[in-house]
Design a protein. Structure first.
Length: 245
């Protein structure tokens, strides 16, 4: 996969590189795998990078993203956009050569983790009661589904060969999500930002679920995909109504 000048995979070039700020000092390093990340030279950043390398549990991931989000308002990017950047990079780290079902679950897990991180920020910083309640609902739902996905990974037949068109169709879902991301000038208010960024995020999850349903390998994965579509379509409608009111 090609790398653009910003250090992100070419197919994700529309999203700006991840910036992590924890104070006035900042050190720019070039990671060997060609991704650019900003690191503040203090213990919290070192611990966070070690944790990412070791593969943290969802709760710690969300906590780290909240810490990043609290400081993210001082960066050039909206905090929700920064969380999406991290999510996309983690999804892109899922290796090729896996079955369609395993790839779907392996990518949907960081996708859910991103939603949890955004919901956490909205719960702590939002002003609108309806959006805060929706964020709480999203967080609870996505945490529950993460547990389901971890169990599903243990049951998936990893020997299935992934259909050649699966990867291309999944790439289209990500490209569509980025195309529908709002301009940052529209992301000045926390509640509006949460709804506007979470909307294409959720739609992408629905689109991903629809793709895996075209390539059924595992009945439980298919049932999970149908459940995901049902849950997230309700939340998409709520966010759309809030934005358009």
């Amino acid at each position: 996969m090609g790398i653009n000048i910003a250090g992100l995979p070419v197919k994700y070039a529309r999203l700006s590189p991840l910036s992590i700020f924890y104070g006035s000092e900042m050190t720019l390093i070039y990671i060997k795998n060609n991704y650019m990340k900003y690191l503040h030279t203090n213990l919290r950043t070192v611990l966070m990078m070690v944790s990412f390398a070791a593969g943290l549990t969802t709760s710690v991931y969300a906590q780290d993203m909240h810490m990043h989000g609290m400081a993210g308002m001082t960066s050039n990017n909206n905090v929700f956009v920064d969380i999406m950047n991290t999510m996309m990079m983690k999804m892109d780290e899922v290796p090729d050569g896996q079955s369609a079902s395993k790839t779907f679950i392996s990518q949907m897990m960081p996708h859910h983790e991103g939603a949890i991180a955004m919901a956490d920020y909205e719960i702590r910083n939002g002003k609108n009661f309806d959006m805060i309640q929706l964020a709480k609902s999203i967080k609870a739902e996505q945490q529950s589904e993460l547990v389901q996905m971890k169990l599903l990974l243990l049951q998936i037949d990893h020997t299935e060969q992934r259909p050649s068109m699966y990867g291309k169709e999944m790439d289209i879902t990500m490209q569509t999500m980025m195309k529908n991301m709002p301009a940052e000038k529209l992301l000045q208010d926390t509640d509006i930002s949460f709804a506007r960024v979470m909307l294409p995020h959720h739609q992408a999850a629905v689109d991903m679920a629809r793709v895996i349903l075209k390539y059924p390998e595992n009945d439980q994965v298919s049932a999970f995909a149908k459940q995901l579509i049902s849950n997230e379509q309700i939340e998409i409608e709520q966010m759309s109504n809030y934005i358009n009111k």
